[in-house]
Design a protein around this ligand. Structure first.
Ligand code: HEC
Length: 267
């Protein structure tokens, strides 16, 4: 017998991708989700974003009619492999710690003269940023997370991120830690990773960008965090805000050594 919640989940999944899920009795909700993931893993639609991202990296665009092939993602101009697993990091040209998304926005500006109004998620230039993130992340698949902590600003961002993670406020007095600091917890069908532990932190950190079946969109980490702040009933957090980068630093450093998964596919 399917429980009501599994039926609901299966319904959501089927509607999301318009394929039919075999209706078999499942012993646990999570098994249904796992099976579903297996079924769709072969054709993660994020691959379409990856292909577009690679194209955008190589194409001459913008007022400067240049590609992004000289963009420095932290490992030297044009080096893409390994960049995703070693961000956020400090960049001397902007004198701050940047994550992959904010770094791409800087590179589009520096090299191409494109001012991506990245704050608005559904704008086309932001979709370009997401495609680039998807491709760049895919180039680090399987590589161990190695977010640097040698520059004082990198250490500071980690410490800020840790504090933000445990900071309780808002109408429900929630912190990230309220939902993400214990093992084996979930809200309805969604497992809540314990982000204070190495392996779950590394997996969560490298799970984004992810293709979200529920809304047929690719979400990068900035968007993931914005939605968690919403669930926390905190004020809207703007794209690129230092607080998001600090949280990424905290998760990335905590997840050191875990092999990168992104882009993934999610409910
Ligand atoms: C009210 C509970 C709640 C709070 C508070 C919350 N989250 Fe989440 N978070 C969730 C849920 C639920 C999911 C899973 C969503 C899904 O599967 O669609 C999630 C997913 C995530 C993920 C992705 C995990 C993965 O493996 O893909 C990350 C990263 C994350 N949260 C970080 C944070 C951070 C950082 C904060 C604090 C700013 C936070 N969350 C606050 C409920 C919460």
């Amino acid at each position: 017998m399917l429980t009501k919640s599994i039926q609901k989940a299966a319904f959501g999944l089927v509607v999301g991708l318009s394929v039919s899920l075999p209706v078999v009795a499942q012993t646990a909700a999570e098994k249904a989700i796992d099976r579903y993931r297996e079924l769709v893993a072969d054709g993660n639609p994020a691959e379409l974003w990856e292909a577009k991202g690679e194209d955008l990296w190589k194409k001459k665009r913008g007022p400067k009619n240049a590609s992004l092939e000289k963009c420095d993602l932290g490992l030297g101009p044009g080096v893409v492999k390994g960049a995703y697993v070693s961000l956020p990091r400090y960049f001397d040209d902007v004198k701050k710690v940047q994550d992959l998304e904010t770094r791409i926005v800087t590179c589009m500006d520096q090299h191409q003269g494109i001012k991506a109004k990245a704050a608005v998620y559904d704008r086309d230039d932001h979709k370009d940023v997401i495609s680039l993130v998807a491709w760049i992340a895919s180039e680090s698949r399987g590589m161990p997370v190695n977010v640097p902590q040698s520059h004082p600003e990198e250490k500071r961002m980690y410490e800020v991120g840790k504090r933000v993670f445990f900071y309780r406020a808002g109408p429900y007095d929630f912190a990230c830690a309220t939902c993400h600091a214990a093992d084996n917890t979930r809200i309805r069908l969604q497992g809540l990773p314990n982000l204070t532990n190495n392996e779950p932190a590394g997996k969560a950190f490298t799970s984004w960008p992810a293709y979200r079946v529920s809304n047929a969109q690719v979400w990068p980490m900035q968007k993931r965090l914005e939605d968690c702040f919403r669930q926390q009933r905190f004020p809207y957090v703007e794209f690129g805000s230092d607080v998001t980068i600090a949280l990424s630093s905290y998760m990335g450093v905590t997840g050191k050594g875990v092999k990168s998964l992104a882009p993934t596919i999610k409910r």
